[in-house]
Design a protein around this ligand. Structure first.
Ligand SMILES: Nc1ncnc2c1ncn2[C@@H]1O[C@H](COP(=O)(O)OP(=O)(O)O)[C@@H](O)[C@H]1O
Ligand SMILES: Nc1ccn([C@@H]2O[C@H](COP(=O)(O)O)[C@@H](O)[C@H]2O)c(=O)n1
Length: 213
């Protein structure tokens, strides 16, 4: 039997650079105008990458970050359950440059609406069980690669060669093995990425509807 929920949890999954953060941020900004700002929040699955402080940089670079075992979904599920019970949590913070958690955490207060975004969210039955609605960003992989290349070089301290090698070795194979098949669990499949206006409006309507339940 599922626990009683005091908040609406929306899960947004899809390939890396498919537009998950963009659509999550757009929904957040637009609903914030209707709800109290303190009543809605975004949580990124990336915060739950496992700590690798005990590994050398050489070892960290070899980690497969696109395999479900790289993420602490148990902690994410535990924190979502706590938020649903009305309890605050301390969310770990992650550095893509150091490939490990930072010493900081963010104190996150309970909200009416939580938008959760991340590549592997829909692969995990524990997390799917906690979601009130699930979305899959179905952006073509070549577009995702172009956007990831640009973003990782500009924002995540990577070289073009390292992004392409990681893409060939793990990002694309893991997408095909885990992420793409998880699309079957989505309630809504969003084509064309994070600027799909009709999809964004539909998700907002669903959230409003869930809030009235
Ligand atoms: N529809 C779009 N048009 C142009 N750029 C986009 C679009 N969607 C996302 N981007 C850009 O692509 C990059 C990856 O998008 P992001 O939302 O961070 O992806 P994800 O969270 O799925 O990894 C970002 O730099 C973002 O600004
Ligand atoms: N140290 C790390 C941790 C993760 N990644 C990559 O991040 C991608 C997921 O984040 P998005 O914002 O792109 O959804 C995932 O594909 C990992 O490969 C990394 O490169 N280094």
């Amino acid at each position: 039997m599922s626990e009683q929920r005091s908040c609406v949890i929306i899960g947004i999954a899809g390939a890396s650079a498919s537009g998950k953060s963009l659509i999550a941020q757009t929904i957040y900004n637009e609903l914030m105008a209707e709800l109290d700002a303190a009543e809605i929040g975004v949580i990124s699955e990336d915060c739950y990458y496992r700590d690798q402080g005990h590994l050398t940089m050489e070892e960290r670079i070899k980690t497969n970050y696109d395999h479900p075992r790289a993420l602490d979904h148990e902690l994410l599920a535990e924190q979502l359950r706590a938020l649903s019970r009305g309890e605050a949590v301390d969310i770990p913070q992650y550095s893509y440059v150091a490939h490990t958690r930072t010493s900081e955490t963010i104190h996150f207060l309970p909200k009416k609406v939580i938008i959760l975004e991340g590549i592997l969210l829909l692969t995990d039955p524990l997390l799917r069980e906690l979601m009130d609605a699930s979305i899959f960003m179905d952006t073509p992989l070549d577009i995702c690669l172009i956007r990831r290349l640009q973003r990782d070089v500009e924002e995540r301290g990577r070289s073009m060669d390292s992004v392409l090698q990681q893409y060939r070795d793990t990002v694309r194979p893991m997408f095909l093995q885990f992420i793409e098949p998880s699309k079957q669990h989505a309630d809504i499949i969003v084509p064309r990425g994070g600027r799909n206006r009709i999809a964004t409006d539909m998700i907002k309507s669903r959230i409003r509807h869930l809030l009235l339940d």
